[in-house]
Structures are given as C-alpha cells and as structure tokens.
Ligand binder design. Sequence first.
Ligand code: PEP
Ligand code: MN
Length: 359
Amino acid sequence: MSLSGLKPITEIIAPGEPIIIAGPCSAETEEQLLQTAAGLAANGIKILRAGIWKPRTKPGGFEGVGVPGLAWLAKAKEMYGMQTACEVATRQHVIDAISSGVDILWIGARTSANPFAMQEIADTLAELNAQDTPVLVKNPVNPDLELWVGALERLYNAGVRRLGAIHRGFSAYGKHLYRNMPQWHIPIELRRRFPQLPIICDPSHIGGKRELVSPLSQQALDMGFDGLIIESHCDPDCALSDKAQQVTPEVLNYILSQLVLRRPQGTTEGLDSLRRQIDELDSELVELLSKRMRVCREIGQFKKEHRMPVLQMNRHDEIMQTRINAAKEMDMDGDFMKTVLQAIHEESVRQQIEVLNAR
Ligand code: PEP
Ligand code: MN
C-alpha cells in the first residue's frame, strides 16, 4: 500500500513550515488549560494539544478529566483562535471529540499497538463521516514498524487522508537516558517507505526530561521531520501527569527560538560534491575490505599448512585494542569502532574456515 493522495494535516501552517503542536500532557482544570493556551498563543503556537483521557500504566493514577475537558478545549479554541488536538483510544472518545469540535486527533502509543482498537477508531470516523479529520498516529510502544504502518493503513482504508505519524520513541526495559528509546532508524524507514507522509517528533515522550526537549527537537529537525509535538504546562512542577518532561510556554518559546531550521536549499551543488566524496570513500572502503579478506584467506592457507587453529585470542585482543585506540585518537567513537571491527573479524574468521575446509 502506498498511502497515495494524502492531504495536508492542517492548512493553518504554511507549507514547508514545521508543524508545532504544544500543550499540557493532560487537561487538568479549565484554568490550567486556558492559562497554558494563553501563554502558547502569545508565543505564536497555533495548535493546542491536551490529553482528555489518559492511558496510565497502573490504575489509581490521574486518568484524565474526560468529557468536561472537551469543553475547555473548545473554549481555548474560541478565545485564542487555535486548533485543538486530543488523544482518542475508543469509539466513544472519537464520537465525543468530533462532536465537541476537536480539530486534530492523535492515537496514543498503547492504542496504535492494538489492531482491534485501531479498526474501531477507523470505523467510527467513517461512520461519523469525519474522514477529513486529521489523525496523527504515534508509533506503537514496541519497536514494530509494521504495526505502526498497519495502524496508518486502517485509517487510510477508512478514507482518512489527513494522516501523519508521530515518533515518540520505543519503550525498553531498565533504566536509560531516554524515557523511550529514539531508534531513529525506524521513523527514517517509515519516511523511506511513505515519503509523502508527514512525521512529527515528540521529544517530550522520547526524552522524559525537560532538558532533553531542546536537543531532541534539533535532532529531529536536522533529520527532516515535519514538525514537533511538545508538552507544555503553565506550572509543570504541579502537573498531574508527566511533570518531569513539561516546560512552561515561555521556556518552550525559548527552545523554539533557538532551533535551527534546515530548509531544502534552492541549490544542492555543495551537497552533490560532498556526496561524490562519500561515493569515492565508500568505494575505497570496499576495495580495502576486499584486500583485507584476501590476506585473511592467505593466513588461512598458512594456518592450514601448519595445522594451527584459526582463532588466536591474543592476536584478536591486540587488534581490537590498537584499532580502537587509533580510532579514538581520530575522534571516532570507540564503541562504533568495536562494532565495525567485530563485524570484520567475524567475516575474516569465516573466510579462513572456508580455506581450512577446502580440499
Ligand atoms: C501523551 O501524548 O500524553 C501520551 C500519553 O503519549 P504516548 O501515547 O506517546 O505515551
Ligand atoms: Mn504525556
């Protein structure tokens, strides 16, 4: 499936401009939502997000204010001329959000992992004749691109054309720098498969900490993401959900003002010449590797004639250590070099064993 004929997510952002969506993790009170919206609107934010129904890992936590929060979103929309967005996870959420005039829906990471829920949401949009509503699909919590694509396809098949994806990172067991691992290669593969599908980055849920919002946002823009969805609360320390990752509208404004936008340039001359350099370097790399493998086969032959074992651990350790040190001296990452060397070593051993077994 190619997801052809997609329409823009929103017409209120000029084409080519990053789509910025901001607002609290959760709508908590009318006052909190309106105060946050006022701060965001004053800083030029045009799309307000707020969770109305909150999917919590364990029962007993704050599970969102539910339907009354929709009226607060509608009020913010009227007062500040913003578009509004909220998460939907069930048929009833879709009915309530659409009938309250929510402009943009998003699908949370726990819901996009559930094909039954996705089908129900898609069917409800069709039933309500609301297929023109923009729907943004967060990646499923687990790193499964097919599941993400499947969720998008269910909406597409129901006639939704204002589709977008949100990259919010993938959960991992244990403690990590990030709350959810970025695994950038997954959204990049999504982009490769569906070049016309807008992808928005959610640095708040990837990072899980305020100080990571800015670097992750810049990284996303550098990688050509189409926008950002960032959690912002008028009083983050008192937020009822995700307080460690929310920033005030003022801080958000500062973060956004520092971001460097990399627009596609009129001329790609400089880029073309750099790419030519990469092409040349890669062909040198391939040639060198093939030379190295040839020498390995000769070593294999020698070891065979002298009845020596293929693997000699001292030699292996020495190779790893000297090369990693050299790489570090040349400003490369030691772990990266280790991975490369291990791959080369594995293939070298395979080559030698092939020689050993040859009659
Ligand atoms: C959210 O956006 O507040 C949220 C619950 O996100 P996710 O589905 O990415 O966990
Ligand atoms: Mn949140």
